[in-house]
Design a protein around this ligand. Structure first.
Ligand code: PLP
Length: 434
């Protein structure tokens, strides 16, 4: 196989070296090592442009909305621009984009509103593979309103959903909603969301999709999925700590949300309680712009090629970038999986390369709690998360509720060399040579 850089030389996307210069965090050293961030599934690093956009808003445009003076009008314009950016990001309309504190809060809010229509003859389907932010809000609602919860099983050996079980859960009487993840934040498994949504609709249920772990790796397309709701979090795709909700316009209009009487009842503002995190929302736009801006404008100083003229809209630029990031991420995943899999005493979980998945892997080192492995990796400048990552049911089903999992996630700034470093560090830790 040709070296990594050569394989991607012809790409329309800027080089990994250029991408890395955008992230000041990558200059950090720890214990004499350059820091390698494998904690992206918990939160990605933020490019300088995103921080500058946030600072610029706070320093020069800061105001509350809907007033008659320039900074207020600029704030209105920034929020409208953010809805357009996120609409491009997920393939929706700007008035179907709602901002909130994070995915969890938005999910609690939508679940409470939807729950007003539901009662004891109704059921909600959740899955074992999901982060608990897409399980527990529905369970809490079920407790309050006497709704039945059915939980679709995960196949422990492959880390994939049991689709026969999903069919069984959905086709039983009274199913009103399917809550499903697009990708598992613990194992990297990608679900066939379009298929799941079609099954839910066939059963007469709505589909609520958690795309938090999917969004940094592949381009979300709510139209192709056909979902009714989708949630994601900007801090997983190089933005600040802001949650984003997509909802079909009619649903957003008709949801019985709790709101203050003087607050707007128009879509999408009626879903947004109180004053929003304006600087965070501005930073979220900047994160989308950062990703869209990774398309190379020129090849080696020459004019753009004829064949590049199709890249005209922001959505098209995002599609070109995600196509590339997906290919790169996949190559890194293969290297990581192969390297870690070759270490005695290391056990990998989840689907192997070849299956639909993100470049996020979970593993254990026999007889060593995941927290201890993470400490020893950090001593070598490698930052990796451990525990259950709130995918608690996944950890339980894999028998790792007590000792936890170690999670390694590749992001757009991850290099081959960093993958090799983590593999070698794990080898030394597993062999007791650390
Ligand atoms: C797959 C997945 N869903 C939901 C969440 C919760 O997101 P938030 O922190 O924005 O509430 C996370 C956070 O790690 C996640 O990885």
């Amino acid at each position: 196989m040709p070296p990594f850089n050569e394989r991607f030389q012809e790409s329309r996307v800027v080089s990994i070296e250029e991408i890395r210069t955008a992230f000041p965090a990558l200059e950090r050293q720890h214990e004499g090592f350059p820091v390698a961030y494998f904690d992206g599934p918990g939160g990605t690093q933020v490019p300088r442009a995103v921080v500058e956009a946030m600072a610029n808003y706070l320093l020069r445009h800061n105001a509350n909305t809907h007033w008659a003076f320039p900074t207020s009008a600029e704030t209105d314009a920034a929020l409208a621009g953010a809805r357009r950016a996120l609409a491009d990001f997920v393939n929706a309309s700007p008035d179907e984009i709602v901002f909130g504190a994070n995915m969890t809060s938005l999910t609690f809010r939508v679940s409470r509103a939807l729950g007003r229509r539901l009662g004891p003859s109704d059921a909600i389907v959740v899955t074992e593979l999901d982060h608990h932010a897409n399980i527990d809000p529905w369970r809490a609602l079920a407790r309050d309103r006497g709704i039945t919860i059915r939980q679709c099983r995960m196949i422990a050996d492959t880390g994939q959903l049991d689709w026969d079980d999903l069919d069984r859960c959905l086709s039983q009487h009274g199913t009103k909603l399917l809550a499903i993840g697009a990708a598992s934040n613990a194992l990297g498994t990608i679900n066939d969301v379009a298929r799941a949504v079609a099954m839910a609709h066939e059963a007469g249920a709505l589909a609520f999709v958690d795309a938090v772990h999917f969004a940094p790796h592949q381009l979300v397309d709510v139209q192709a999925w056909g979902c009714d709701f989708m949630v994601c979090s900007a801090y997983k795709f190089h933005g600040p700590h802001v949650g984003v909700l997509f909802g079909k316009r009619e649903l957003l209009r008709s949801l019985e949300v709790t709101k203050l009487r003087p607050a707007p009842d128009t879509v999408p503002e009626r879903l947004e309680a109180g004053t929003q995190n304006h600087e965070g929302i501005v930073g979220t736009t900047a994160a989308v712009e950062f990703l869209a801006g990774l398309v190379r404008e020129e090849q080696g100083g020459a004019a753009p090629r004829e064949s590049d003229t199709w890249i005209t809209t922001r959505r098209q630029r995002l599609a070109a970038v995600f196509d590339h990031l997906h290919t790169r991420g996949y190559a890194l995943l293969e290297r990581l999986w192969e390297g870690c899999g070759s270490i005695p005493r290391v056990r990998l979980f989840g689907p192997p390369p070849g299956a639909s998945r993100t470049p996020t892997i979970a593993l254990v080192v026999t007889n060593l709690p995941a927290a201890e492995v993470a400490v020893r990796l950090a001593q070598r400048g490698i930052f990796a998360s451990h525990g259950n990552f709130y995918a608690q049911t996944v950890a339980e089903r894999l028998g790792q509720a007590r000792d936890g999992l170690l999670r390694l996630g590749c992001a757009c700034y991850t290099t081959e060399n960093e993958v090799d470093r983590v593999v070698e560090a794990l080898r030394a830790i597993a062999q007791g040579h650390d």
